[in-house]
Design a protein around this ligand. Sequence first.
Ligand code: ADP
Ligand code: MG
Ligand code: ZN
Length: 642
Amino acid sequence: MQNNMSNNNQNDNNNKNFFNDNPLLSFAIFAIIAILLFKTFIGDSGSTGDVAGAFGGTTQTKSVKYSDVKSAIKSGKVQSVKITPSTIEATSVEGNQKTKLIAQLVPTGDKELVPLLEEKNVVYEGVMGGGIISDLIGMLLPILIFFAIWMFLAKKMTKGMGGGILGVGKADKLINAEKPDTKFSDVAGVEEAKDEVKEIVDFLKFPERYIELGAKIPKGLLLVGPPGTGKTLLAKAVAGEASVPFFSVSGSSFIEMFVGVGASRVRDLFEQAKKDAPSIIFIDEIDAIGKSRASGAQFGGNDEREQTLNQLLAEMDGFGSNTPVIVLAATNRPEILDAALLRAGRFDRQVLVDKPDYEGRLAILKVHSKDVKMSNNVDMTVIAKATAGLAGADLANIINEGALLAGRNNKKQIDQSDLMEAIERAFVGLEKKNRKINDIEKKIVSYHESGHALLAELTKGASRVTKVSIIPRGLGALGYTLHLPEEENRFLKQKHELLAELDVLLAGRGAEDVFLGEISTGASNDLQRATDIIKAMISVYGMSDVAGLMVLEKSTGNSFLGGGQTTKDYSDKMAEKIDDTVKMMLDSHYASVKETLNTYKDAIEEMTRVLLETEVIEGAKVREIISEFEIKNGMPTRLAHT
Ligand code: ADP
Ligand code: MG
Ligand code: ZN
């Protein structure tokens, strides 16, 4: 499954750029260009217009037809003639005025020419080399000029990337490795992500332990999250904690380069990292090269990107799991990545680096306060509350902006007021109107997520709620309800579990409907997934009456993140029946979900109230709210997880 990519790349292994290793050669080429340019300009200087001649008069040069030259000779004005293999140049002098007539010789040759020159007593000579050399220059010059421009541009470009693939120098200077002193304590508010990368640090510190055991360590790890949440910081912290070299490149820098350069840069990168192993390779903005090939095809594809991507895949497959090199990549658009990148042995692990919640923001603010002089009157909890929806980078910015404001006011320490003003500045651009809409949105999202949470807790077979949040989390979701399955690593699902999932999905929309009397676009993803579940039950799992045990869809390939394909194999009549069944099941489950929501109205109201106040509810609190409601109303408990 994973080695089908590795053969595509042999052919571009050979065009490794020779300038890397040949500084002398590139210098020589420049010298030749310079000489040729010089020669051309000097040699041609008399070819047009009037030029002061050595004899004190002026020379006029004209490009004329062969017949004009001949008639000039016939008229007797011409004193001397120069003949090259392709041109004829006739010179006549009248007083101070010297005239040169230049014409192309006729290809058929002219037998009368020499007798005519003899007859008119013209001094004539043949010039052998000149013609050929100027012809050659004429041919080579455009090529050489192009070459010079190409080298110039390539130099400029690689300079911007820190190091240079075309630059003069040895490979070890091309890719900048650093040994960051960033530590995990510098990264705050993303505890889950930190936990996930911690085992890598141990592997990089003591690779022998793992290798001797024959343990397979992940090669690639994808950090996914909105901009400014600390993906780069976290990657650096892994290198810092393990104190290994950190090779970092940006995906977009590959795409700006010339064909073949991106691939060879990837090769150099891995070569270098393996030489310095244990080490970390960090590829920022990997979506720039890792875009799904299917989606990038509309403009005939991008050869450079594809070559670079193929090279990256080949390199990742190329080193064994006992080479202590870990490739970390970051993206805020995981959904557009090529499925090939996510296969086993490549970036088969994803770590969510999300926008921080209240506690997280507080922790981040504390980290960044360490480096500045903060007054005792500063209450960070107020700052953390006021910055909902902001990422770590924004928070770092607010502290810095606060310091700048304090400095401007000639203060010795940063006051609360400075920070509040900094927050306001951070939100500038968000008009009041926008905030109003945000308040409405918050309410919709709170009801929606409470609905999911309630059904998840009441439905047997559903995964229990870990956390409900209404913090907008960059990746498209306005809020989310985090579920964890009861047992880890389950591969089989029973029918009642699929139906439970269906109910939980429908409850988001249901809650909007029941409590707000109006529905929003926020449920589209839920509805898509709900529909998919029913369709799969019918056509893949043989769990319906319409199709019985007949499997109607075959899936081919790896369908992680939608990379695979399915083939449908059934009649139009069956298709119609399936559609009817899907609709019917959605309707009936939606109705029963709404009934439950109505029954637990006050519990939902309470969850929504807490959510609007604190943005996040832990699963335990959700269960507490539900059970209090049931006790108060003398109902038997319907909590499915205890
Ligand atoms: P990303 O790579 O996700 O876009 P960065 O790692 O480049 O974000 O973050 C930019 C800066 O913002 C960091 O250098 C750091 O100062 C600050 N920052 C971002 N996230 C965090 C965090 N979780 N903890 C502490 N600082 C953070
Ligand atoms: Mg970054
Ligand atoms: Zn939802």
